[in-house]
Design a protein around this ligand. Structure first.
Ligand SMILES: Nc1nc2c(ncn2[C@@H]2O[C@H](COP(=O)(O)OP(=O)(O)OP(=O)(O)O)[C@@H](O)[C@H]2O)c(=O)[nH]1
Ligand SMILES: [Mg+2]
Length: 402
């Protein structure tokens, strides 16, 4: 594991607990009102969240982006025109501002073309890792300016959902190689894609084999054990770790099931249900929901031995057939801020430390801080890269946007 990630400071995403004993108070001061202040400020500012999907072609990456946010966040066809999702041919990011109950979320989804289709798949991870590092570089170049923006636009990838093909065997060498590199750079949540192609027993056995593969190859996916803050975190996160990779089914069409409107896949046997449309979202509810879903998943997993998929089973066991709610709850309802914190305090920090250690090669200019003594001899400083220039242009444009 990365030595930086093991050390509690400066890379720990958690503040260390105060050692000072609590002071006895003689009356009400109103400290709790700070929470309201934070809430009001956060509501005004809105939140930013950047998510990326990675995996082999045709596993449902683009579909899943729409499923996750219950809208066509990845819409390449004109609205209203029901056409199949086209194949993704190049790495592309799309930004939307989603508003729910007055809370604004500036969401950037990065869709990537399927990899691993070539005869020679050598270094097929390079474009993806390159993109992730480019976003760290953008942020760093903004951060080190003497006159910098109050709010640095954050395009860093906070979470990368990795799609494992539903082979039913184990992780392929290519997946292992890819995941090993990815996990060192970004928060990775692996999922078993197109899980409707596996029976419940196959799915459970596949999950256990993948977990074993991850352990033996020291691949640390999110939520990483070393960042559990307290006992409650540890209990909840261990349950999540036990269910990862979630077996998901993607869908971006709505169907009417028993009078409810659900996102789902209509098959010959019935509808594989996705999320119910218009469900309320509160953090307390979410924690409870996650716990109960995890419990339900386990019960259904046990019951799975009782029968194969058939017409009547599909509807009854929809949670066992689709763990998509667990993925959605993890990414959005319960761990979104934690994903951002770990990105900033661990992954970006690692990148920043490496770059600043070689800071004599950072580009100079009227606004640049001299981060290291200039080495004697001819200057080796390159001009600002295309990415840096682009970052500055973008930030000028976006300053008042959000
Ligand atoms: N059976 C099944 N089909 C799915 C699922 N998710 C998506 N699909 C279908 O699979 C096809 C490919 O889906 P995409 O979302 O375009 O897949 P992709 O991974 O983005 O593919 P590339 O862009 O080529 O990398 C579409 O016809 C989807 O409707 C799923 O969970 N189960
Ligand atoms: Mg695609």
């Amino acid at each position: 594991m990365d030595p930086l990630r093991q050390s509690p400071s400066p890379c720990s995403s958690r503040p260390s607990s105060p050692k000072t004993p609590p002071c006895e108070m003689l009356g009400y001061v109103g400290i709790e009102a700070v929470l309201d202040q934070l809430k009001i400020k956060a509501m005004k500012m809105g939140f930013e969240f950047n998510i990326m999907v990675v995996g082999q072609s045709g596993l449902g990456k683009s579909t899943m982006l729409n499923t996750l946010f219950k809208s066509k966040v990845w819409q390449c066809t004109p609205p209203g025109l029901e056409m199949p999702t086209p194949q993704t041919l190049q790495l592309k990011s799309v930004t939307h501002v989603i508003e729910e109950k007055g809370v604004k979320l500036k969401l950037t989804v990065t869709d990537t073309p399927g990899f691993g289709d070539q005869i020679n798949n050598d270094k097929c991870w390079n474009p993806i890792l390159g993109y992730i590092n480019e976003q760290y570089e953008r942020y760093l170049q903004e951060e080190i300016l003497i006159t910098r923006q109050r709010h640095i636009p954050d395009t860093r990838v906070h979470c990368c959902v990795y799609f494992v093909p539903p082979t039913g065997h184990c992780l392929r060498p290519l997946d292992i190689e890819f995941l090993q590199r990815l996990c060192r750079t970004v928060n990775v949540v692996p999922v078993i894609a197109r899980a409707d192609s596996l029976t419940l027993e196959e799915r459970e056995a596949f999950r256990r084999r993948i977990q074993h593969n991850l352990r033996t190859h020291c691949i640390e996916v999110y939520p990483q054990k070393c960042f559990d803050e307290d006992i409650n975190d540890r209990i909840l996160n261990s349950k999540i770790r036990d269910r990862i990779p979630f077996a998901v089914v993607g869908a971006d069409r709505q169907h009417l099931v028993n009078g409810r409107c659900v996102l789902g896949r209509k098959t010959k046997w019935g509808v594989i249900e996705g999320p119910t449309v218009g469900k309320p979202t509160t953090r307390k509810q979410t924690d409870l929901e996650i716990k109960s879903l995890l419990a339900a998943g386990r019960t259904q997993g046990k019951a799975s031995g009782q029968g194969q998929r058939s017409g009547s089973c599909l509807a009854v066991e929809n949670m066992a057939h689709c763990e998509f709610p667990l993925l959605r709850d993890l990414l959005i309802r319960s761990h979104l801020q934690d994903l951002k914190d770990i990105t900033h305090n661990v992954h970006y920090e690692n990148y920043r430390v490496c770059r600043l250690n070689e800071s004599h090669v950072l580009p100079h200019g009227p606004c640049w801080v001299n981060l290291a003594p200039t080495p004697p001899g001819p200057s080796v400083v390159p001009g600002p890269s295309k990415v840096c220039r682009q970052a500055r242009e973008d930030s000028d444009d976006n300053e008042d946007d959000y």
